[in-house]
Design a protein around this ligand. Structure first.
Ligand code: NAD
Length: 419
């Protein structure tokens, strides 16, 4: 038992156990690799619009600082707790190392339903959370980014709050900012585009014609909507989409640009069409070429894994597949090609890294350069993962995570144990 124990951290720990066994890491070295370096818990009081005071719990977990600053998103959701944030920080570490970024993993969050607060309250909460974090973060210590329930606006408030305390503008303290405030071109689209790029690549390898290939997306926020848009643009047919309000299904293919426009103004897919409504519980198991879970963790359990009817599982969300489901998918390797989360959604942190580099240098890139470099990094990591999986006859997830764990382990070994 640790302070992080709970369903999500236990899942990250079990996944790490599989990797540690495969890499034959001695038991006395495992806790040093798995347990976060630092965890911060804060209370964020704000004035509600009715004059009352409400207090929200916030967290930030920094997994390791061995390779450079920590990096990771900030989640505003009712599910947020210390264990969930710690698990997400651990996954960020393996992800950053896999794709070769000079970062350790971090994650933060506030336990709040962002739909239940007004825009003014959201601004107060965002600013208070960042203000509480100031002693623990910095452009060379820990750099935040958006995640579920946060967006460019929240990042702009974080950056402004930090900068006001420093007495100068420090754009490099967060990534995922609006382009007008030091953000990079292509960050908003980066995670979804990366998911779409890798899914297209796998379809091509499998000899499946992109034109008319079918796609199902769970979660229609930043990651899900951008992945759907990009796949739609490339000629694939997005036949179903789900979010927290329900699901839509059209075997002829949904009009994704129209749906994105609707969701941007209404905050969800609700009210788009009554004819196309569908049972959200059935979405993950619809027959399709590409399934993109892009909402919550732990949505694919062993039962769902056995019933998946996709050819490619492109994990946009973090931790959508539990270890028991992995064992089922290991047996179904010839039927379902898994692009694991640590690789599939890494485009987001890759372009966040580009944003940090551009802010530090005050030298900004064109969008096509951002995309070209993003795809180059994802392709390199994809090839390394596939080669490793083939060589050692392990799953893609084991191969991808093992590459990440090995890099962190090597850095810790060469740096030694302080003091
Ligand atoms: P978001 O807040 O923009 O969107 C989340 C979406 O999930 C919304 O459409 C919401 O309605 C939907 N959702 C929530 N609960 C649901 C449920 N029970 N069933 C179906 N849909 C549900 O968040 P996001 O930034 O798109 O992040 C989504 C996932 O991708 C998270 O796991 C996040 O950690 C991961 N991720 C995000 C980024 C990024 O750059 N934003 C990068 C890497 C990974």
């Amino acid at each position: 038992m640790t302070v992080y124990s709970g369903p999500v951290f236990d899942m990250a720990a079990r996944q790490f156990g599989v990797i540690a066994d495969y890499l034959e890491i001695p038991h006395d070295e495992r806790d040093r690799l798995l347990l976060p370096k630092r965890a911060i818990t804060v209370s964020c009081p704000i004035h509600r619009d009715d004059g009352s005071v409400a207090v929200f719990e916030g967290y930030r977990v920094q997994h390791h600082l061995t390779l450079g600053p920590t990096k990771g998103g900030t989640r505003f959701a009712p599910s947020v707790d210390l264990g969930e944030v710690a698990a997400l920080a651990v996954w960020m570490s393996w992800k950053c190392a896999l794709v070769g970024l000079p970062y350790g993993g971090a994650k933060g969050g506030v336990c709040v339903d962002p739909m239940s607060v007004s825009k003014r309250e959201l601004q107060s909460l965002s600013r208070r959370y960042m203000q509480e974090m100031i002693p623990f973060v910095g452009p060379h210590t820990d750099v935040m980014a958006p995640d579920m329930g946060t967006n460019e606006q929240v990042m702009a408030w974080f950056m402004d709050t930090y900068s006001m305390y420093q007495g100068q503008t420090v754009t490099e303290i967060v990534t995922g900012k609006p382009v007008s405030s030091g953000g990079t071109l292509g960050r908003r689209e980066a995670t979804g585009r990366g998911v779409a790029h890798l899914a297209r690549r796998v379809l091509a390898d499998l000899g499946i014609d992109l034109n008319g290939a079918t796609v199902v997306v769970q979660g229609f926020g930043n990651v899900g909507s951008q992945a759907a848009l990009e796949l739609h643009r490339c000629g694939l047919k997005v036949i179903a989409v789900a979010d927290h309000t329900g699901a839509l299904h059209d075997p002829a293919g949904l009009d994704i640009p129209a749906l994105v426009k609707h969701a941007a103004t209404r905050g969800s897919i609700a009210g788009y069409s009554s004819q196309l409504q569908f049972d959200p519980a059935e979405v993950l198991t619809l027959p399709c070429d590409v399934l993109v879970p892009a909402a919550m963790e732990r949505v694919i359990d062993a039962d769902v894994a056995a019933r998946l009817r996709c050819r490619v599982l492109a994990e946009g969300a973090n931790g959508p597949t539990v270890p028991e489901a992995d064992r089922v998918l290991d047996r179904r390797q010839d039927e379902v090609f898994v692009i694991p989360d640590v690789l599939c959604n890494a485009g987001g942190v890759v372009v966040s890294y580009f944003e940090w580099v551009q802010d530090l240098q005050q030298l900004f890139w064109e969008e096509d350069e951002v995309m070209r470099r993003e795809y180059q990094i994802l392709d390199r990591a994809f090839e390394a993962m596939v080669a490793r999986a083939r060589r050692d006859n392990v799953s893609h997830r084991t191969a991808a995570m093992a590459i990440g764990v090995e890099k962190v382990r090597a850095a810790k070994t060469t740096r030694g144990l302080f003091p």
